[in-house]
Design a protein around this ligand. Structure first.
Ligand SMILES: Cc1cc2nc3c(=O)[nH]c(=O)nc-3n(C[C@H](O)[C@H](O)[C@H](O)COP(=O)(O)OP(=O)(O)OC[C@H]3O[C@@H](n4cnc5c(N)ncnc54)[C@H](O)[C@@H]3O)c2cc1C
Length: 513
Protein backbone atom coordinates (compact mmCIF):
# COMPACT_ATOMS: atom_id res chain seq x y z
CA UNK A 1 0.00 0.00 0.00
CA UNK A 2 1.19 3.56 -0.74
CA UNK A 3 0.06 6.67 1.08
CA UNK A 4 0.82 10.34 0.48
CA UNK A 5 1.17 12.65 3.43
CA UNK A 6 2.34 16.20 4.11
CA UNK A 7 4.52 16.68 7.16
CA UNK A 8 6.15 19.70 8.76
CA UNK A 9 9.50 19.34 10.49
CA UNK A 10 12.13 21.55 12.05
CA UNK A 11 15.23 21.93 9.86
CA UNK A 12 17.35 19.59 12.04
CA UNK A 13 14.58 16.96 11.97
CA UNK A 14 14.21 17.21 8.19
CA UNK A 15 17.91 16.41 7.81
CA UNK A 16 17.62 13.12 9.69
CA UNK A 17 16.15 10.05 7.96
CA UNK A 18 15.34 8.21 11.22
CA UNK A 19 13.39 11.19 12.52
CA UNK A 20 11.46 11.44 9.26
CA UNK A 21 10.64 7.73 9.42
CA UNK A 22 9.48 7.95 13.03
CA UNK A 23 7.39 10.98 12.20
CA UNK A 24 5.73 9.11 9.31
CA UNK A 25 5.06 6.10 11.48
CA UNK A 26 3.39 8.27 14.15
CA UNK A 27 1.42 10.34 11.67
CA UNK A 28 0.11 7.30 9.78
CA UNK A 29 -0.30 5.19 12.92
CA UNK A 30 1.63 2.24 11.46
CA UNK A 31 4.66 0.62 13.05
CA UNK A 32 8.12 1.56 11.82
CA UNK A 33 8.70 -2.00 10.58
CA UNK A 34 5.77 -1.77 8.17
CA UNK A 35 7.23 1.32 6.50
CA UNK A 36 9.43 -0.15 3.76
CA UNK A 37 10.51 3.14 2.27
CA UNK A 38 9.46 6.68 1.44
CA UNK A 39 9.97 9.14 -1.35
CA UNK A 40 9.96 12.90 -0.88
CA UNK A 41 7.79 14.38 -3.62
CA UNK A 42 8.09 18.08 -2.76
CA UNK A 43 10.15 19.99 -0.21
CA UNK A 44 9.98 23.67 0.64
CA UNK A 45 11.09 25.98 3.42
CA UNK A 46 8.39 27.92 5.20
CA UNK A 47 9.96 30.95 6.90
CA UNK A 48 6.77 32.98 7.30
CA UNK A 49 6.65 32.62 11.06
CA UNK A 50 9.52 32.91 13.56
CA UNK A 51 9.90 29.14 13.67
CA UNK A 52 11.31 28.19 10.28
CA UNK A 53 10.11 24.76 9.13
CA UNK A 54 10.44 22.39 6.22
CA UNK A 55 7.21 21.27 4.57
CA UNK A 56 7.45 17.95 2.81
CA UNK A 57 5.02 15.98 0.74
CA UNK A 58 5.96 12.33 1.02
CA UNK A 59 4.87 9.06 -0.56
CA UNK A 60 5.14 6.25 2.00
CA UNK A 61 5.46 2.57 1.05
CA UNK A 62 3.67 0.42 3.66
CA UNK A 63 4.11 -3.35 3.56
CA UNK A 64 5.40 -3.11 0.01
CA UNK A 65 8.89 -2.41 -1.31
CA UNK A 66 9.84 0.96 -2.70
CA UNK A 67 10.83 0.41 -6.33
CA UNK A 68 13.42 2.61 -8.03
CA UNK A 69 11.98 5.17 -10.45
CA UNK A 70 12.74 4.31 -14.03
CA UNK A 71 13.40 7.21 -16.32
CA UNK A 72 13.76 5.85 -19.82
CA UNK A 73 13.45 7.40 -23.21
CA UNK A 74 13.71 5.31 -26.35
CA UNK A 75 16.35 7.10 -28.36
CA UNK A 76 17.26 5.71 -31.75
CA UNK A 77 20.42 6.09 -33.82
CA UNK A 78 19.85 8.97 -36.21
CA UNK A 79 23.16 9.08 -38.13
CA UNK A 80 21.36 8.54 -41.45
CA UNK A 81 18.15 10.38 -40.64
CA UNK A 82 16.90 13.68 -42.03
CA UNK A 83 19.01 16.59 -40.78
CA UNK A 84 17.90 19.54 -38.68
CA UNK A 85 20.29 22.46 -38.17
CA UNK A 86 20.23 23.92 -34.67
CA UNK A 87 22.00 27.23 -34.23
CA UNK A 88 23.21 27.65 -30.64
CA UNK A 89 24.14 25.07 -28.01
CA UNK A 90 22.39 26.73 -25.08
CA UNK A 91 19.68 24.88 -23.10
CA UNK A 92 17.25 25.47 -25.99
CA UNK A 93 19.61 24.11 -28.65
CA UNK A 94 20.68 21.07 -26.61
CA UNK A 95 17.15 20.07 -25.58
CA UNK A 96 15.96 20.64 -29.15
CA UNK A 97 18.71 18.24 -30.26
CA UNK A 98 17.64 15.58 -27.73
CA UNK A 99 14.03 15.91 -28.85
CA UNK A 100 15.04 15.72 -32.56
CA UNK A 101 16.75 12.41 -31.77
CA UNK A 102 13.71 11.16 -29.92
CA UNK A 103 11.61 12.11 -32.96
CA UNK A 104 13.98 10.37 -35.41
CA UNK A 105 15.82 13.41 -36.86
CA UNK A 106 19.57 14.01 -36.95
CA UNK A 107 20.44 17.24 -35.14
CA UNK A 108 23.51 19.22 -36.18
CA UNK A 109 24.18 21.76 -33.47
CA UNK A 110 26.27 24.75 -34.56
CA UNK A 111 27.84 26.74 -31.73
CA UNK A 112 29.94 29.86 -32.23
CA UNK A 113 31.78 29.33 -28.92
CA UNK A 114 34.00 26.60 -27.52
CA UNK A 115 33.27 23.43 -25.58
CA UNK A 116 32.79 23.75 -21.81
CA UNK A 117 36.37 22.82 -20.96
CA UNK A 118 38.07 25.30 -23.28
CA UNK A 119 35.53 27.94 -22.42
CA UNK A 120 36.79 27.95 -18.83
CA UNK A 121 40.10 29.54 -19.92
CA UNK A 122 38.30 32.42 -21.55
CA UNK A 123 36.29 32.98 -18.38
CA UNK A 124 39.52 33.08 -16.37
CA UNK A 125 40.87 35.77 -18.75
CA UNK A 126 37.70 37.80 -18.27
CA UNK A 127 37.89 37.62 -14.48
CA UNK A 128 41.65 38.03 -14.09
CA UNK A 129 42.56 40.39 -16.91
CA UNK A 130 39.27 41.99 -17.91
CA UNK A 131 39.65 40.69 -21.48
CA UNK A 132 36.54 39.47 -23.32
CA UNK A 133 36.80 36.91 -26.10
CA UNK A 134 33.82 37.93 -28.22
CA UNK A 135 33.12 34.32 -29.25
CA UNK A 136 33.71 32.56 -25.93
CA UNK A 137 32.51 34.12 -22.69
CA UNK A 138 29.83 33.83 -20.00
CA UNK A 139 27.09 33.86 -22.67
CA UNK A 140 28.70 32.10 -25.65
CA UNK A 141 29.95 28.55 -25.76
CA UNK A 142 28.70 25.05 -25.04
CA UNK A 143 25.66 25.10 -22.76
CA UNK A 144 25.04 28.77 -23.60
CA UNK A 145 24.46 31.39 -20.95
CA UNK A 146 23.21 28.70 -18.56
CA UNK A 147 26.50 26.79 -18.21
CA UNK A 148 28.25 29.07 -15.76
CA UNK A 149 25.10 30.18 -14.03
CA UNK A 150 23.50 29.31 -10.74
CA UNK A 151 21.51 26.65 -12.54
CA UNK A 152 18.31 27.70 -10.81
CA UNK A 153 15.59 25.63 -12.37
CA UNK A 154 12.43 27.43 -11.37
CA UNK A 155 10.03 28.45 -14.05
CA UNK A 156 6.52 29.73 -14.40
CA UNK A 157 6.13 28.18 -17.84
CA UNK A 158 4.41 24.99 -16.67
CA UNK A 159 1.72 25.40 -19.31
CA UNK A 160 4.25 25.40 -22.12
CA UNK A 161 5.65 21.92 -21.67
CA UNK A 162 6.87 19.07 -19.55
CA UNK A 163 9.06 20.62 -16.81
CA UNK A 164 9.50 17.26 -15.14
CA UNK A 165 11.00 15.75 -18.29
CA UNK A 166 13.57 18.58 -18.41
CA UNK A 167 14.46 18.04 -14.74
CA UNK A 168 14.62 14.25 -15.22
CA UNK A 169 16.99 14.78 -18.15
CA UNK A 170 19.28 16.90 -15.98
CA UNK A 171 19.24 14.19 -13.29
CA UNK A 172 19.93 11.50 -15.91
CA UNK A 173 23.02 13.48 -16.94
CA UNK A 174 24.34 13.96 -13.42
CA UNK A 175 22.30 16.52 -11.46
CA UNK A 176 21.25 15.61 -7.91
CA UNK A 177 17.73 14.18 -7.76
CA UNK A 178 17.00 16.83 -5.12
CA UNK A 179 16.04 19.04 -8.08
CA UNK A 180 12.99 16.83 -8.60
CA UNK A 181 11.57 17.65 -5.17
CA UNK A 182 12.89 21.02 -4.03
CA UNK A 183 10.54 23.97 -4.38
CA UNK A 184 13.52 26.04 -5.56
CA UNK A 185 15.76 23.57 -7.36
CA UNK A 186 19.25 24.57 -8.44
CA UNK A 187 22.28 22.76 -9.81
CA UNK A 188 25.26 25.07 -9.22
CA UNK A 189 27.99 26.35 -11.53
CA UNK A 190 30.50 23.69 -10.49
CA UNK A 191 28.19 20.87 -11.60
CA UNK A 192 26.67 22.26 -14.79
CA UNK A 193 29.67 21.80 -17.14
CA UNK A 194 29.81 17.99 -16.58
CA UNK A 195 26.06 17.75 -17.13
CA UNK A 196 26.32 19.73 -20.36
CA UNK A 197 29.17 17.57 -21.70
CA UNK A 198 27.21 14.43 -20.79
CA UNK A 199 24.29 15.73 -22.90
CA UNK A 200 26.73 16.41 -25.76
CA UNK A 201 28.15 12.86 -25.54
CA UNK A 202 24.64 11.51 -25.65
CA UNK A 203 23.83 13.49 -28.82
CA UNK A 204 27.06 12.27 -30.47
CA UNK A 205 26.46 8.64 -29.47
CA UNK A 206 22.98 8.78 -30.96
CA UNK A 207 24.44 9.91 -34.30
CA UNK A 208 23.87 13.67 -33.97
CA UNK A 209 26.60 16.31 -34.29
CA UNK A 210 27.74 19.17 -32.09
CA UNK A 211 30.23 21.52 -33.77
CA UNK A 212 32.13 24.29 -32.02
CA UNK A 213 33.68 27.51 -33.44
CA UNK A 214 30.83 27.45 -35.95
CA UNK A 215 29.34 30.89 -36.07
CA UNK A 216 26.32 31.13 -38.33
CA UNK A 217 26.83 34.26 -40.43
CA UNK A 218 24.05 33.98 -42.98
CA UNK A 219 20.77 32.21 -43.65
CA UNK A 220 20.10 30.66 -47.06
CA UNK A 221 16.53 31.38 -48.10
CA UNK A 222 14.82 30.75 -51.43
CA UNK A 223 11.26 31.81 -52.21
CA UNK A 224 10.38 32.23 -48.54
CA UNK A 225 11.76 28.86 -47.53
CA UNK A 226 14.87 28.11 -45.51
CA UNK A 227 17.51 26.12 -47.39
CA UNK A 228 20.38 26.18 -44.93
CA UNK A 229 22.94 28.42 -43.25
CA UNK A 230 26.42 29.79 -43.89
CA UNK A 231 29.01 29.11 -41.22
CA UNK A 232 31.95 31.43 -40.53
CA UNK A 233 31.28 33.27 -43.80
CA UNK A 234 32.34 30.23 -45.85
CA UNK A 235 30.79 26.83 -45.46
CA UNK A 236 27.22 26.22 -46.58
CA UNK A 237 25.16 23.65 -44.69
CA UNK A 238 21.84 22.66 -46.16
CA UNK A 239 18.62 21.58 -44.38
CA UNK A 240 14.87 22.06 -44.65
CA UNK A 241 14.56 23.05 -40.99
CA UNK A 242 16.68 25.47 -38.94
CA UNK A 243 16.13 26.14 -35.25
CA UNK A 244 17.47 29.57 -34.35
CA UNK A 245 18.35 29.32 -30.65
CA UNK A 246 21.04 31.98 -30.44
CA UNK A 247 20.14 33.57 -27.10
CA UNK A 248 19.49 37.24 -26.38
CA UNK A 249 23.09 38.44 -26.67
CA UNK A 250 23.59 37.60 -30.37
CA UNK A 251 23.07 41.10 -31.71
CA UNK A 252 24.65 40.10 -35.01
CA UNK A 253 21.81 37.64 -35.60
CA UNK A 254 19.18 40.33 -35.04
CA UNK A 255 21.11 42.64 -37.40
CA UNK A 256 21.38 39.84 -39.96
CA UNK A 257 17.63 39.21 -39.94
CA UNK A 258 16.83 42.91 -40.09
CA UNK A 259 19.27 43.50 -42.97
CA UNK A 260 17.71 40.60 -44.87
CA UNK A 261 14.28 42.23 -44.36
CA UNK A 262 13.13 39.32 -42.20
CA UNK A 263 10.66 40.64 -39.67
CA UNK A 264 11.95 41.34 -36.14
CA UNK A 265 10.14 43.45 -33.53
CA UNK A 266 11.22 45.75 -30.71
CA UNK A 267 10.45 44.14 -27.35
CA UNK A 268 10.20 45.58 -23.82
CA UNK A 269 12.95 44.39 -21.51
CA UNK A 270 14.27 45.33 -18.06
CA UNK A 271 17.27 47.32 -16.92
CA UNK A 272 18.94 48.00 -13.60
CA UNK A 273 21.76 46.84 -11.38
CA UNK A 274 22.95 43.77 -9.54
CA UNK A 275 22.63 44.24 -5.78
CA UNK A 276 24.86 42.40 -3.37
CA UNK A 277 24.47 42.08 0.42
CA UNK A 278 26.45 40.07 2.92
CA UNK A 279 24.57 36.73 2.97
CA UNK A 280 24.32 37.02 6.77
CA UNK A 281 22.00 40.04 6.43
CA UNK A 282 19.65 38.10 4.16
CA UNK A 283 19.77 35.03 6.43
CA UNK A 284 18.95 37.12 9.50
CA UNK A 285 16.03 38.81 7.75
CA UNK A 286 14.53 35.69 6.22
CA UNK A 287 15.13 33.22 9.04
CA UNK A 288 14.51 35.67 11.94
CA UNK A 289 17.82 34.78 13.60
CA UNK A 290 21.28 36.17 14.31
CA UNK A 291 23.11 33.19 12.86
CA UNK A 292 21.67 30.74 10.31
CA UNK A 293 21.18 27.17 11.48
CA UNK A 294 23.53 24.68 9.84
CA UNK A 295 20.42 22.80 8.70
CA UNK A 296 19.12 25.69 6.61
CA UNK A 297 20.46 26.71 3.20
CA UNK A 298 21.58 30.32 2.61
CA UNK A 299 18.37 32.35 2.40
CA UNK A 300 16.66 33.55 -0.72
CA UNK A 301 14.42 36.54 -1.44
CA UNK A 302 12.15 37.82 -4.15
CA UNK A 303 10.96 41.41 -4.09
CA UNK A 304 8.63 43.42 -6.27
CA UNK A 305 7.15 46.93 -6.13
CA UNK A 306 5.09 49.05 -8.45
CA UNK A 307 6.49 52.58 -8.69
CA UNK A 308 4.03 54.66 -10.71
CA UNK A 309 3.72 52.91 -14.06
CA UNK A 310 6.96 50.99 -13.58
CA UNK A 311 7.41 47.53 -12.13
CA UNK A 312 10.64 47.16 -10.13
CA UNK A 313 11.63 43.62 -9.24
CA UNK A 314 14.43 41.37 -8.11
CA UNK A 315 15.19 38.29 -10.17
CA UNK A 316 17.88 35.62 -10.55
CA UNK A 317 18.66 35.83 -6.84
CA UNK A 318 21.88 33.96 -6.06
CA UNK A 319 22.30 33.04 -2.38
CA UNK A 320 25.98 32.48 -1.57
CA UNK A 321 26.78 33.81 -5.02
CA UNK A 322 29.20 35.77 -7.17
CA UNK A 323 28.57 38.71 -9.48
CA UNK A 324 29.82 37.75 -12.94
CA UNK A 325 31.08 39.90 -15.83
CA UNK A 326 28.86 38.75 -18.71
CA UNK A 327 29.75 41.06 -21.60
CA UNK A 328 29.91 39.57 -25.09
CA UNK A 329 31.54 42.52 -26.85
CA UNK A 330 34.62 44.53 -25.96
CA UNK A 331 34.12 47.88 -24.23
CA UNK A 332 30.85 47.02 -22.54
CA UNK A 333 29.85 46.01 -19.04
CA UNK A 334 27.04 43.57 -18.33
CA UNK A 335 26.62 41.91 -14.94
CA UNK A 336 24.76 38.80 -13.87
CA UNK A 337 25.16 36.30 -11.01
CA UNK A 338 25.90 32.66 -10.26
CA UNK A 339 26.39 30.35 -7.28
CA UNK A 340 28.24 27.10 -6.70
CA UNK A 341 26.08 24.11 -5.72
CA UNK A 342 26.78 24.66 -2.01
CA UNK A 343 26.05 28.36 -2.27
CA UNK A 344 28.84 28.94 0.20
CA UNK A 345 30.15 32.37 -0.76
CA UNK A 346 29.60 35.07 1.85
CA UNK A 347 27.47 37.25 -0.44
CA UNK A 348 23.91 37.24 -1.74
CA UNK A 349 23.15 38.96 -5.03
CA UNK A 350 20.17 39.55 -7.27
CA UNK A 351 19.38 41.44 -10.44
CA UNK A 352 17.14 44.37 -9.52
CA UNK A 353 15.58 45.89 -12.56
CA UNK A 354 12.98 48.29 -13.88
CA UNK A 355 10.69 47.57 -16.82
CA UNK A 356 11.68 49.40 -20.00
CA UNK A 357 8.63 49.82 -22.23
CA UNK A 358 8.56 50.50 -25.95
CA UNK A 359 7.50 54.11 -25.23
CA UNK A 360 10.62 54.71 -23.17
CA UNK A 361 12.80 54.46 -26.28
CA UNK A 362 11.38 56.56 -29.05
CA UNK A 363 11.50 55.64 -32.71
CA UNK A 364 10.40 53.09 -35.25
CA UNK A 365 13.58 51.04 -35.57
CA UNK A 366 12.76 47.45 -34.50
CA UNK A 367 16.29 47.19 -33.10
CA UNK A 368 16.04 50.41 -31.07
CA UNK A 369 15.66 48.65 -27.70
CA UNK A 370 18.77 46.61 -28.47
CA UNK A 371 20.75 49.71 -29.48
CA UNK A 372 19.59 51.50 -26.31
CA UNK A 373 20.71 48.49 -24.22
CA UNK A 374 24.12 48.42 -26.00
CA UNK A 375 24.66 52.15 -25.45
CA UNK A 376 24.07 51.84 -21.71
CA UNK A 377 26.48 48.90 -21.49
CA UNK A 378 29.15 50.99 -23.30
CA UNK A 379 28.60 53.93 -20.95
CA UNK A 380 28.98 51.58 -17.99
CA UNK A 381 32.30 50.41 -19.41
CA UNK A 382 33.54 53.97 -19.90
CA UNK A 383 32.48 55.07 -16.43
CA UNK A 384 34.21 52.04 -14.90
CA UNK A 385 37.41 53.16 -16.63
CA UNK A 386 38.21 49.95 -18.58
CA UNK A 387 39.29 46.34 -17.98
CA UNK A 388 35.70 45.45 -17.05
CA UNK A 389 35.90 47.43 -13.81
CA UNK A 390 32.23 47.95 -13.02
CA UNK A 391 30.62 51.21 -11.89
CA UNK A 392 29.14 50.81 -8.41
CA UNK A 393 27.60 52.67 -5.49
CA UNK A 394 26.45 51.85 -1.97
CA UNK A 395 22.69 51.40 -1.68
CA UNK A 396 21.75 54.29 0.62
CA UNK A 397 24.23 56.60 -1.15
CA UNK A 398 22.53 55.79 -4.46
CA UNK A 399 19.09 56.56 -3.07
CA UNK A 400 20.36 59.80 -1.48
CA UNK A 401 22.33 60.78 -4.62
CA UNK A 402 25.71 60.80 -2.87
CA UNK A 403 28.99 59.44 -4.23
CA UNK A 404 30.16 56.56 -2.03
CA UNK A 405 33.37 57.45 -0.24
CA UNK A 406 34.40 53.83 -0.50
CA UNK A 407 32.80 50.55 -1.61
CA UNK A 408 32.20 47.41 0.44
CA UNK A 409 34.24 44.28 -0.24
CA UNK A 410 32.32 42.42 -2.94
CA UNK A 411 32.43 39.38 -5.20
CA UNK A 412 32.87 41.03 -8.60
CA UNK A 413 36.37 39.92 -9.56
CA UNK A 414 37.43 42.49 -12.21
CA UNK A 415 36.87 45.23 -9.60
CA UNK A 416 34.40 48.03 -8.90
CA UNK A 417 34.70 51.82 -9.03
CA UNK A 418 32.66 54.28 -7.02
CA UNK A 419 30.53 56.42 -9.35
CA UNK A 420 27.12 58.03 -9.49
CA UNK A 421 25.13 55.24 -11.16
CA UNK A 422 22.56 57.82 -12.24
CA UNK A 423 25.14 58.97 -14.80
CA UNK A 424 24.59 55.74 -16.74
CA UNK A 425 21.05 54.70 -15.89
CA UNK A 426 18.21 56.60 -17.56
CA UNK A 427 16.31 58.87 -15.15
CA UNK A 428 13.20 56.69 -15.13
CA UNK A 429 15.31 53.70 -14.07
CA UNK A 430 17.28 55.58 -11.37
CA UNK A 431 14.17 57.24 -10.00
CA UNK A 432 12.17 54.01 -9.88
CA UNK A 433 15.03 52.21 -8.11
CA UNK A 434 15.42 55.11 -5.65
CA UNK A 435 11.80 54.77 -4.65
CA UNK A 436 11.68 50.96 -4.65
CA UNK A 437 14.80 50.18 -2.58
CA UNK A 438 13.60 51.78 0.70
CA UNK A 439 10.22 50.09 0.12
CA UNK A 440 12.00 46.74 -0.22
CA UNK A 441 13.70 47.61 3.07
CA UNK A 442 10.29 47.87 4.74
CA UNK A 443 9.39 44.40 3.48
CA UNK A 444 12.68 42.81 4.52
CA UNK A 445 14.50 43.87 7.68
CA UNK A 446 18.11 44.89 7.01
CA UNK A 447 17.76 44.99 3.20
CA UNK A 448 17.99 48.78 2.92
CA UNK A 449 21.55 49.36 4.05
CA UNK A 450 24.77 50.99 2.95
CA UNK A 451 26.45 47.61 3.44
CA UNK A 452 24.80 46.64 0.15
CA UNK A 453 26.45 47.50 -3.16
CA UNK A 454 24.75 48.26 -6.48
CA UNK A 455 26.84 47.17 -9.46
CA UNK A 456 26.00 48.34 -12.99
CA UNK A 457 24.57 47.29 -15.30
CA UNK A 458 22.08 44.44 -15.28
CA UNK A 459 20.85 44.83 -18.83
CA UNK A 460 20.35 41.33 -20.24
CA UNK A 461 17.58 39.91 -18.14
CA UNK A 462 15.49 39.37 -21.26
CA UNK A 463 15.63 39.91 -24.98
CA UNK A 464 15.13 43.44 -26.36
CA UNK A 465 13.98 41.95 -29.69
CA UNK A 466 11.30 39.47 -30.64
CA UNK A 467 11.58 37.26 -33.69
CA UNK A 468 7.97 36.51 -34.59
CA UNK A 469 6.68 33.00 -35.22
CA UNK A 470 3.39 31.34 -35.95
CA UNK A 471 1.67 30.20 -32.74
CA UNK A 472 0.87 26.78 -34.11
CA UNK A 473 3.73 25.88 -36.46
CA UNK A 474 6.46 27.80 -34.55
CA UNK A 475 7.85 28.97 -37.92
CA UNK A 476 8.73 32.52 -38.88
CA UNK A 477 5.73 34.04 -40.73
CA UNK A 478 7.91 34.98 -43.72
CA UNK A 479 10.34 32.04 -43.81
CA UNK A 480 9.00 28.52 -43.62
CA UNK A 481 11.37 26.05 -42.04
CA UNK A 482 12.92 28.75 -39.82
CA UNK A 483 12.06 28.15 -36.14
CA UNK A 484 12.86 31.17 -33.90
CA UNK A 485 13.46 29.59 -30.51
CA UNK A 486 13.68 30.41 -26.81
CA UNK A 487 15.21 33.42 -25.10
CA UNK A 488 16.78 35.10 -28.11
CA UNK A 489 13.53 35.07 -30.01
CA UNK A 490 11.58 36.29 -26.97
CA UNK A 491 9.80 33.04 -26.03
CA UNK A 492 11.67 32.01 -22.89
CA UNK A 493 13.45 33.45 -19.89
CA UNK A 494 15.66 31.03 -18.02
CA UNK A 495 17.12 27.58 -18.41
CA UNK A 496 13.98 25.47 -18.02
CA UNK A 497 11.71 27.57 -20.21
CA UNK A 498 14.44 27.73 -22.89
CA UNK A 499 14.84 23.95 -22.76
CA UNK A 500 11.07 23.49 -23.05
CA UNK A 501 10.92 25.84 -26.02
CA UNK A 502 13.72 23.84 -27.68
CA UNK A 503 11.66 20.68 -27.20
CA UNK A 504 8.56 22.41 -28.59
CA UNK A 505 10.42 23.60 -31.71
CA UNK A 506 11.77 20.09 -32.33
CA UNK A 507 8.24 18.70 -32.00
CA UNK A 508 6.92 21.35 -34.39
CA UNK A 509 9.51 20.20 -36.95
CA UNK A 510 8.28 16.63 -36.60
CA UNK A 511 4.73 17.83 -37.13
CA UNK A 512 5.10 20.39 -39.90
CA UNK A 513 8.32 19.71 -41.87
C1 LIG B 1 25.69 34.36 -15.35
C2 LIG B 1 24.29 33.91 -15.69
C3 LIG B 1 23.52 33.30 -14.71
C4 LIG B 1 22.25 32.82 -15.01
N1 LIG B 1 21.57 32.14 -14.04
C5 LIG B 1 20.43 31.51 -14.38
C6 LIG B 1 19.80 30.64 -13.46
O1 LIG B 1 20.29 30.40 -12.36
N2 LIG B 1 18.62 30.06 -13.82
C7 LIG B 1 18.05 30.29 -15.05
O2 LIG B 1 16.98 29.73 -15.33
N3 LIG B 1 18.63 31.12 -15.94
C8 LIG B 1 19.81 31.70 -15.65
N4 LIG B 1 20.43 32.51 -16.56
C9 LIG B 1 19.75 32.74 -17.85
C10 LIG B 1 19.88 31.48 -18.73
O3 LIG B 1 21.20 31.12 -18.82
C11 LIG B 1 19.26 31.75 -20.08
O4 LIG B 1 17.91 32.11 -19.88
C12 LIG B 1 19.30 30.53 -20.98
O5 LIG B 1 20.62 30.07 -21.11
C13 LIG B 1 18.72 30.85 -22.35
O6 LIG B 1 18.85 29.71 -23.15
P1 LIG B 1 18.93 29.79 -24.74
O7 LIG B 1 19.29 28.42 -25.18
O8 LIG B 1 17.71 30.42 -25.26
O9 LIG B 1 20.11 30.80 -25.09
P2 LIG B 1 21.62 30.83 -24.63
O10 LIG B 1 21.86 30.06 -23.41
O11 LIG B 1 22.01 32.27 -24.62
O12 LIG B 1 22.38 30.07 -25.79
C14 LIG B 1 22.55 30.61 -27.07
C15 LIG B 1 23.77 29.99 -27.71
O13 LIG B 1 23.81 30.38 -29.07
C16 LIG B 1 25.14 30.62 -29.45
N5 LIG B 1 25.13 31.52 -30.61
C17 LIG B 1 24.80 32.83 -30.63
N6 LIG B 1 24.91 33.31 -31.89
C18 LIG B 1 25.34 32.29 -32.66
C19 LIG B 1 25.66 32.17 -34.03
N7 LIG B 1 25.56 33.21 -34.87
N8 LIG B 1 26.11 30.98 -34.50
C20 LIG B 1 26.24 29.90 -33.65
N9 LIG B 1 25.95 29.97 -32.33
C21 LIG B 1 25.49 31.15 -31.85
C22 LIG B 1 25.73 31.26 -28.22
O14 LIG B 1 27.14 31.13 -28.23
C23 LIG B 1 25.07 30.46 -27.10
O15 LIG B 1 25.85 29.37 -26.70
C24 LIG B 1 21.71 33.01 -16.30
C25 LIG B 1 22.46 33.67 -17.29
C26 LIG B 1 23.74 34.11 -16.99
C27 LIG B 1 24.55 34.81 -18.06
Amino acid sequence: MQKEIEITLLPEQAADEVTISTHLSNALKVSNERIKGYKILKRSIDARSRRVVFRMQIRVFIDEPQLADNYTVNYQNVSNAKQVLIVGAGPAGLFAALQCIENGYKPIVLERGKDVKQRRRDLAAINKHGVVNTESNYCYGEGGAGTYSDGKLYTRSNKRGDINKVLQTFVHHGASDDILVDARPHIGTNKLPQIISSIRDFILNAGGEVRFDQKVTDLLIEFGKIKGVVVNGEEKLMADAVILATGHSARDIYELLHNKHILVEAKPFALGVRIEHPQAIIDAAQYHCDIRSEFLPPAYYSLVEQVGSKGVFSFCMCPGGIIAPCATHVNEIVVNGWSPSKRNNPFANSGTVVQVGLDDVKGEDPLRMMRFQAEIERQAFDLGGGNLVAPAQRMVDFVESKVSVDLPVNSYLPGTKSVMLSEILPDFVSNSLRKALPMFGKKMRGYYTNEAILVGVESRSSSPVRIPRDKETFQHPQVSGLFPCAEGAGYAGGIVSAAIDGVNCANAIAQFC
